[in-house]
Design a protein around this ligand. Structure first.
Ligand code: GLN
Length: 500
């Protein structure tokens, strides 16, 4: 039987195979995605910058390299040679503008590349562009981007989630086979869930943060979004591992992850944390879809037990002290002197005030003020130090749970994608979107989101698995078993009417 001709709807794994066999060239693949982008981007706005000429040149170079290797069999071919991907615009790529969705970094071009990105470049990827994000990754909808929001490909009047909403929308609309995102409090998992794709937040310290613009340094992780879990694995494995340039990266061996069949979940214990199903404002269809997915795993042979993570309700207040505190310190460096544009003034302090006053958006200012307050003398013990103590309790909740079960299963967010503008006037309502994703960041454990159904409005619903530190392999095993026996991850949004 002749294989189907390659299309931009092929999975990453299929695309890699087609590149390897020579069925299709990297130039053809890259051009096909760029063409799709040209037609769909005006309505989706997943990207802050696209580099078509650079991407095509890199694709042609990849094709030449592959060609050469055909004649020199001992020449090594990098595993991702010629594969186009997109990168969230909080990760530095040398020569590409790095704005973090902020006016304060408008026009800033970094002189170096983030380690996670560099490792993928060394493996042969072609970077097509930088994706939209909430300003400095602060947000859950991409509406805090200074350059305008991204639209959810499933319903253009709705948000794609955030802050990696650009990466999620780009993958969902099949504008790229995969994209990098970052997750400080849910920013890979929640947009993955809102757009019907899979998204990994690795263990804290698993992937180097060097070259990732710091938001909450004790929480920040670099993750991957792609249609399926099998598509994420090769990128994750190549990105992971210790890096001398990030002292918080950990020297824990990265296992060679081979994905077993669905029988691999037999006997695995899956915990359902009861606190994750009691939340106020939970859309019943979300809870139902997650329960159904868990039942599906049970039918494949997993054992399901209810567990308790008793401090879950504190995750939100703890996170919204710690993350802004760290942000207020990290963002002090944007003063108009060292990075990005400068607002002119006669006196030094006025340069600082004007540059920061005019170029930071309202959410970033809110976080800087919250964090500065929580860290100030007289309040430090009551807020910041207290939050750190409760963070330890949250971590212990996970440790206790993982003595009983192998992985935890829960919803990603209490609702499906909300309407653009629906929560922009109410920061607290926006923060509440994060209640199920924040605990994994505070505890540093890995989380994997993937689609498990749709609500009555046709919007995707996501489920997340959380596992012990450095056990991403367990999450992959369970999610892959689910995806081999279901087809939610193959659904694509109906965009034909926009393609013209
Ligand atoms: N929504 C959360 C916040 O605004 C998480 C963002 C993130 O993970 N980068 O902080």
């Amino acid at each position: 039987m002749k294989p189907m001709p390659w299309t931009p709807f092929a999975s990453l794994t299929e695309t890699l195979r087609a590149l390897q066999t020579g069925e299709v060239s990297s130039e053809e693949v890259t051009r096909a995605y760029l063409d799709r982008m040209a037609r769909l981007e005006p309505r989706i706005h997943a990207f802050l910058a696209v580099y078509p000429a650079q991407a095509l040149a890199a694709a042609q170079a990849a094709d030449r390299r592959r060609q050469m290797a055909r004649h020199h069999p001992d020449e090594e071919v990098p595993p991702l040679l010629g594969l186009p991907i997109a990168v969230k615009d909080v990760l530095a790529v040398r020569g590409m503008e790095l704005t973090c969705g902020s006016r304060i970094l408008e026009g800033f071009v970094p002189p170096y590349t983030a380690t996670a990105v560099q490792r993928l470049l060394d493996a042969g990827v072609v970077i097509v562009g930088k994706t939209n994000t909430d300003e400095f990754a602060m947000g859950s909808s991409t509406e805090n981007s200074a350059y305008g929001p991204t639209h959810n490909p499933w319903d253009l009047d709705r948000v794609p989630g955030g802050s990696s909403g650009g990466s999620a929308a780009a993958v969902a609309a099949r504008l790229v086979p995969a994209a990098l995102g970052t997750d400080t409090g849910g920013s890979v998992r929640q947009p993955a869930s809102f757009t019907g794709v899979s998204g990994l937040k690795p263990t804290y310290g698993r992937v180097s943060r060097y070259g990732l613009v710091a938001y909450g340094s004790s929480l920040d992780t670099v993750g991957v979004l792609a249609p399926s879990v099998a598509d994420i694995v090769p990128l994750f494995t190549l990105m992971a591992g210790a890096d001398p340039r990030d002292a918080t990266s950990m020297d824990v061996p990265v296992p060679d992850i081979t994905l077993p069949g669905p029988e691999a979940v037999r006997g695995l214990r899956i915990g359902l944390p009861k606190e994750y199903f009691l939340a106020e404002g939970m859309q019943p269809e979300v809870a139902q879809a997650v329960q159904d997915a868990v039942q599906h795993l049970e039918a494949l042979g997993a054992q399901v037990v209810e567990v308790s993570l008793p401090h879950t309700a504190y995750a939100l207040p703890v996170y919204y002290i710690i993350a802004p505190s760290e942000a207020s310190a990290n963002l002090a460096r944007y003063d108009g002197i060292r990075y990005g544009p400068r607002e002119a003034a006669d006196r030094m302090w006025d340069v600082f005030y004007r540059t920061r006053g005019r170029r930071f958006g309202p959410e970033v200012k809110r976080r800087i003020m919250l964090g500065t307050y929580a860290l100030s003398a007289g309040y430090y013990d009551a807020y910041y130090a207290q939050a750190q103590k409760v963070r330890t309790l949250l971590k212990r909740d996970f440790e206790a749970a993982f003595e009983q079960v192998d992985v935890l299963a829960a919803p990603v967010a209490p609702t499906t994608a909300f309407r653009l503008g629906e929560k922009t006037e109410d920061p607290l309502a926006m923060y509440l979107e994060d209640i199920f994703t924040l605990p994994a960041n505070l505890a540093g454990v890995p989380g994997l989101a993937f689609p498990v159904g749709f609500d009555a409005q046709g919007l995707p619903i996501g489920m997340q698995l959380m596992g012990p530190h450095f056990r991403e392999d367990l999450l992959f095993r369970v999610a892959h078993a689910y995806q081999q026996t279901t087809d939610w991850h193959t659904r694509v949004p109906p965009l034909a009417h926009l393609e013209g």
